[in-house]
Write a protein that binds this ligand. Structure first.
Ligand code: KIV
Length: 271
């Protein structure tokens, strides 16, 4: 049976039916095609683009132009998955007007279905309200928010004590009230994520937030063993592509030097 296009009401129904939601990142056309083929529900063009693809040390330098360029490529590969694009640092934290214009570019120019925004201070909640009322669906992101990791004391688990757990709970309720259709919880204790998930009507998607969320997300390069640098505890490597790439490239180098490649079957002949 052909898969039908995933919509936002579908995600709300999945939560009601206790059917877990799958979300993975893509930054280019071939990965988008692979995720589509695997029937992943949501493809996220994360601003992890900065660390994973562009070689930045954090997500902070990622620009609107970079995000739009990669979202367009992913959009060309997806068919039925819901496409969510991350709004990069300072593309949404200034004014509602600027945020709506930038969010609109992801939808109109790049082919995304929705945008994701990090944080939930009162200014951001009010900005989210205006984006939602302009007709653009918004996914929230709480807990460890990498764009403001410095202010959070680094890449650390959030909500570990009663006071900070209470703040995340209140932020989640505020995001639901502001009109978010879903919230990502990054690096928060499993019991906190479960408690909030039960309280919310909208689905929660966890990364380092345990089994109790309505869905799970990972950076695809991490699960493929393609990440460079530190691998967080919450990542499960389903394969180790990095070592396969290393050995394929080493083989090529040796075969060229030993004159084993190209072999006759790789060459063209005159009739
Ligand atoms: O940028 C990203 O890839 C993300 C996921 C980790 C949720 O925000």
């Amino acid at each position: 049976m052909e898969r039908k296009k995933i919509t936002i009401p579908d995600l709300l129904n999945f939560k009601k039916q206790n059917r877990k939601i799958t979300m993975l990142t893509a930054y280019d056309f071939p990965m988008s095609v692979a995720l589509e083929k695997a029937a992943i529900d949501i493809i996220l063009v994360g601003d992890s683009l900065g660390n994973v693809i562009l070689g930045y040390e954090s997500t902070v330098p990622v620009t609107m132009d970079e995000m739009l360029h990669h979202t367009k490529a992913v959009s060309r590969g997806r068919k039925k998955s819901l496409l969510v694009a991350d709004m990069p640092f300072m593309s949404f934290n200034v004014t509602s007007r600027k945020t709506i214009i930038n969010a609109g570019k992801f939808i109109k120019e790049a082919g995304a279905d929705a945008v994701k925004l990090e944080g939930a201070n009162p200014d951001i909640v009010s900005i989210i309200k205006s984006v939602v009322s302009s007709g653009i669906p918004v996914m929230g992101h709480l807990g460890l928010t990498p764009q403001t990791a410095t202010a959070l004391g680094g890449y650390k688990v959030q909500g570990k004590d009663e006071e900070s757990a209470e703040i995340i709970m209140r932020q989640a309720l505020a995001l639901e009230k502001a009109g978010c259709f879903s919230i990502v919880f990054e690096c928060i204790p499993e019991t906190l994520a479960s408690d909030i998930t039960i309280k919310l009507k909208i689905p929660t998607i966890g990364i380092g937030a345990g089994k109790g969320c309505d869905g799970q997300v990972l950076v695809t390069h991490d699960l493929l063993g393609l990440g460079v640098g530190f691998t967080p505890k919450f990542v499960k490597k389903y394969t180790d592509l990095s070592s396969q790439i290393d050995s394929a490239i080493e083989n090529f180098r040796e075969e060229v030097i030993m004159e084993k490649f190209p072999a006759p079957e790789h060459c063209f002949k005159i009739k």
